[in-house]
Write a protein that binds this ligand. Structure first.
Ligand code: GDP
Ligand code: MN
Length: 377
């Protein structure tokens, strides 16, 4: 789950990271009031879950409260990379002398949280990585020892942080690490961390992603979820307790079990096709859930064919078949479907599907080959 800038920065502040004073507005009038309270110049910032808002025109400086109202009027309702801006953050404007990048990610190969820093802050870190990889400094953190002050020193030196700011930098870096660990984040990033005209460090932009699998133990964070900013199909899938991840291919997959889902995707790849999604309907899926799954798959415009692969253990094949028929009654089968049903009540399942004009397959290999062929015809 991705957090908005204002949410991320509020968390950062709880860990001692300096952020600009500011508040969130959903109308130009509110933006004006906030700017009035802050006094002086402000920056009006669109709150949408995408990067590069600055370049897209979603971040504007305002000289006073009248100007802030105007800027908010321009930004609210704006479309940024397909997302409509519903809220803006009105922050005290920073006097920026220098922009630094500071972020934390999980490096699976190293099995460590890695802190990355770059003197080339403000721009996309992906761009820095592609064009000037030597401008990125990395420090791997031992989970048993935690983030140490010598690591902060090393980073500060490599990033060219002025001597008088190394202490503050150390506190920010260490605060960011604690925020990352305590909130089960998969990403925490300050871009830019700025050096201000009066010689202070300030986190001007913030971004955090929280591991969905840990949300059960972060009730307050889970409540911050904003479904209107997420893929509508993934929202729908969550409502029905389905594990669904959209992918780029054109073969829709409906499978029971995460392992079998991955094996199915591998087989599709092996035979030269590309899966449109990962979808695990889980064990003991009801007809209602199966129908929801099929609706989600078929609402993806890229889907050219559907591969249903069910291994009935706890899940009963007849129940799955009833779900498929129910979904098809509702949405209609616009694309060819290949179905492999084996296990508990498979004969009953097949009988239910006999009228549904599905291409039956016995083995997974056969099913994958048929689906790939259908996706290319
Ligand atoms: P992003 O484009 O979505 O990453 O949004 P940021 O919050 O990082 O803002 C983009 C850029 O706008 C920053 O790198 C700064 O150069 C500039 N910016 C943001 N806030 C301020 C501010 O308070 N004062 C000034 N002068 N520039 C700002
Ligand atoms: Mn940024």
């Amino acid at each position: 789950m991705n957090l908005h800038e204002y949410q991320s920065k509020r968390i950062f502040a709880q860990y001692g990271i300096p952020i600009p004073r500011g508040e969130v507005a959903s109308t130009p009038t509110e933006a004006r009031e906030i700017a009035g309270k802050l006094g002086g110049k402000v920056v009006v910032k669109s709150q949408v879950l995408v990067g590069g808002r600055g370049k897209a025109g979603g971040i504007k400086l305002a000289v006073d409260k009248d100007d802030a109202e105007e800027k908010a009027k321009a930004i609210l309702g704006m479309d940024i990379k397909g997302l409509t801006v519903k809220r803006v953050l009105v922050d005290e404007a920073a006097d920026i002398k220098d922009e630094i990048y500071l972020g934390l990610v999980i490096d699976r190969a190293r099995r460590r949280v890695v802190m990355m820093g770059s003197s080339e802050g403000g721009v996309d870190i992906e761009e820095v990585a592609a064009t000037m990889p030597d401008k990125i400094v990395k420090v791997a953190i031992d989970p048993c020892i935690g983030f140490r002050s010598y690591q902060a020193m090393d980073l500060a030196t490599a990033l060219g942080i002025p001597k008088e700011l190394t202490r503050s930098f150390g506190q920010i870096a260490s605060g960011l690490y604690t925020a990352f660990v305590e909130n089960d984040a998969s990403l925490a990033e300050i871009n830019p961390l700025v050096v201000t005209g009066d010689g202070k460090l300030l986190a001007v932009d913030g971004k955090m992603s929280i591991d969905d699998n840990a949300l059960y133990r972060h009730k307050a964070l889970a409540d911050l979820r904003d479904p209107s900013e997420e893929d509508p199909y993934e929202v729908e899938a969550r409502r029905f307790d389905l594990s669904y991840v959209k992918l780029d291919g054109n073969i829709g997959c409906m499978v029971n079990g995460a392992g079998l889902s991955m094996a199915t995707m591998d087989m599709i790849k092996l035979y030269g096709g590309a899966p449109a999604n990962f979808l695990d309907i889980g064990g003991g899926a009801t007809a209602e859930r199966v129908a929801a799954a099929l609706r989600i798959i078929l609402s993806d415009q890229n889907v050219k064919t559907v591969l249903i692969n069910i291994f009935g253990g706890i899940t009963r094949c007849d129940e799955v078949a009833r779900g498929i028929v129910a979904a098809l009654d509702e949405v209609g089968a616009a694309v060819p479907m290949v179905v492999r049903l084996v296990g508990t009540n498979e004969a009953e399942g097949r009988a239910i599907l006999a009228d549904a004009k599905m291409d039956p397959a016995t083995t997974l290999a056969e099913a994958a080959q048929k689906a790939v062929a259908a996706s290319k015809s």
